[in-house]
Design a protein around this ligand. Structure first.
Ligand code: FAD
Length: 362
């Protein structure tokens, strides 16, 4: 019933926001903002959030169905994704009442965009090695340091920053999660041009940036627990649901480009089965979430499954040498390289599976 309702709604609204490959990045951003406003106005933002914060108190299954249907209708990717899918779950678990009422409404409406300030030049996979510091100085925390690969940093009003409040070398035990307003003096944002020519992420520099203590999410020095909540949301089923449909589109394109070539025909069949398997993994995880069972063991498995499948499908598509879609395959080939790096590389996911799920020795 819910899927049917969403599909009906999308039939009436989605065509206004459909992005094409030919639009420049800034135009796409405007379309994404407008789409987010439409979702919020129609009551589909924050489907699983409590009613008192503007949600519908539905569950992960409805969130999954909504993501799938939006992908099918080719609606644009959300610009406020970090706020809705990563920051909000962290606030529900670790935030104060004041933080929930301050931060959630603009996240839901799409009027405040968040970025994620975790990675640094010397701390990516080894996230517990971050050195950006937050020093308590009377009424404020004073932040100094640098973040890198910060997606949407140039559009964001807020950054969720993982900073060191403990002594140097305190690793997981000396980190604190802080919501930092991006317009504060001392913040400089520089765009990074990517391999594809577009520029979606940034470097962010903090020079004596003052932030009040009520911006600390969770307890001081307990930021690692907040980071884990965010990382699991980032690697888990909801993000994968968004990716699976674009995988179907890639396979449909491969089907179009493969011609009568035996090797490509066999590859398309095999990739189709693996995509279905990945979807079942995701649905199993969504079901675990819906019944309040721990979905976390599946997150790393799901991340590896869809990202590596996507890269393999694109590599094969590129090799078909289809003249009609050669430029698109080339673009996707460059763009997809980041998938096995962002949100934790495949090597790191395999380490997590080996150590934490299978219990293998280091
Ligand atoms: C498109 C994209 C968007 C991103 N957006 C954000 C964002 O918004 N905010 C943010 O904070 N970060 C973001 N990142 C950064 C991302 O989280 C990091 O790139 C990722 O965690 C890897 O860290 P690194 O780049 O420092 O690589 P490194 O950690 O230096 O790793 C380099 C290589 O060594 C391997 N390696 C490292 N350690 C081990 C180990 N112990 N065992 C086996 N192999 C290992 C890695 O797998 C990798 O192949 C983004 C990245 C991309 C690509």
């Amino acid at each position: 019933m819910f899927r049917y309702e969403v599909r009906q709604w999308l039939t009436s609204v989605a065509s206004k926001y459909r992005a094409t490959d030919h639009l420049d990045h800034d135009t796409l951003v405007d379309i994404r903002r407008e789409w987010e406003g439409e979702v919020a106005r129609s009551g589909y933002a924050g489907l699983s959030w409590p009613v008192e914060f503007g949600g519908k108190a539905l569950g992960p299954i409805e969130e999954f169905v909504f993501s799938e249907e939006c992908s099918t209708a080719k609606t644009p990717e959300e610009l406020g994704r970090v706020g809705r899918l990563l920051v909000a779950p962290a606030l529900f678990v670790h935030g104060t009442r004041h933080q929930l009422t301050r931060f959630l409404p603009p996240i839901l409406q799409g009027t405040e965009i968040w970025c994620q300030g975790f990675s640094e030049p010397n701390a990516g996979s080894d996230l517990a090695g971050v050195t950006t510091s937050a020093r308590r100085n009377g009424e404020h925390y004073v932040i100094n340091g640098q973040k890198i690969w910060t997606s949407y940093g140039h559009y964001a009003q807020w950054c969720i920053v993982l900073a060191r409040t403990g002594i140097a070398g305190s690793r997981h035990h000396g980190l604190t999660m802080i919501a930092v307003p991006m317009h504060h003096p001392g913040i400089e944002v520089r765009r990074i041009v990517q391999l594809t020519g577009s520029s979606e992420f940034t470097e962010v520099f903090f020079d004596e940036v003052e932030v009040p203590p009520d911006c600390v999410i969770g307890a001081e020095n307990d930021g690692w627990a907040v980071a884990l909540t965010i990382l699991n949301a980032e690697r888990g089923a909801r993000m994968a649901a968004l990716a699976l449909k674009s995988m179907s589109d890639i396979l449909a394109l491969l089907d179009h480009c493969k011609g009568n070539h035996d090797e490509f025909q066999a590859a398309a069949v095999s990739l189709g089965s693996r995509l279905e398997l990945a979807r079942w993994h995701v649905m199993r995880s969504v079901e675990r979430m819906a019944s309040d069972r721990d979905p976390i063991p599946a997150a790393s498995v799901i991340k590896i499954a869809w990202t590596e499948l996507m890269q393999e499908a694109i590599r094969i598509g590129f090799r078909t040498n289809c003249q009609e879609h050669r430029d698109l395959w080339r673009y996707m080939e460059l763009e997809a390289r980041c998938r096995t790096i962002s949100a934790g590389s495949s090597e790191i996911q395999r380490n997590i599976i080996a150590e934490r799920i299978l219990g293998l020795p280091r």
